[in-house]
Design a protein around this ligand. Sequence first.
Ligand SMILES: [Zn+2]
Ligand SMILES: [Zn+2]
Ligand SMILES: [Zn+2]
Length: 274
Amino acid sequence: MRVLFLGTGAAEGYPAIFCECAHCSTARALGGRNLRRRSAVLVNDDLLIDIGPDMVASMHATGANFGRVSNLLVTHSHGDHVQLANLYMRRQSFCATTPALMDVYGTPPTIEGIMGAAAARSLAADEFHLRLNTIRPGDSWQAGRYRVTAFAAAHAPELTPVFFALEQNGRTLLYASDTGPFPAETWEQLQDFAFDCVIIESTMGIGPPGTHHLSMHQCVEHHQRLADEGRLRPGARQFATHFSHNRTPPYLECVDFFAPHGIEPAYDGLVVEV
Ligand SMILES: [Zn+2]
Ligand SMILES: [Zn+2]
Ligand SMILES: [Zn+2]
């Protein structure tokens, strides 16, 4: 699997649009890997995880082509992870070619949100070339050439958030954003997996432990527990993502923080061959 990080920032982006804090000011001055769009990843050319507000910008910056995406996994319905306006652009008046039929997978609040937005414009999902699939935490299913498993997350429980494992060609990826501390049932479900690549959020930065998001220390602890429980295959790559300006230092300081633990901070445009 080829994983392209389209964005690695939290809800407000990094730097945040109206913020002049030290982290945002440093990021503006240094540019490069310090600039983070809202989080999403493209797997190969046919599977997206999340479809937030920066899809056009990420396409321009990375050269990604979303026209062949036939599977969209949505972690939860926060605006930095799903923007219905992007799906609206699949209609004929905005898209001259007919995009591939896209299967969308999300928990009930996500799917109901998409259906509600379409209904508000008196449109059917067909007009967007979408097939909406309601999934629940703990489910496992086939999405095109991928075996997908959804794990329960502690983040924003009213939205029934999930995060995903993808299996393809004998390789296994874990993309865990936004999670908070993994629930007990999720740790149990993870016992069935061995990962070649693990990506975990670290939104709270160098701060106190979070209950709906993870700090950088908690991110390390989650990676470490997966390793301790034998969930990592030899040579597995480990990443942190979904960085907020509030307590996350500039990119190179993140590199130094995570390096002793064998973890790399992801950055926008990073490509990983899993
Ligand atoms: Zn988020
Ligand atoms: Zn800031
Ligand atoms: Zn969220």
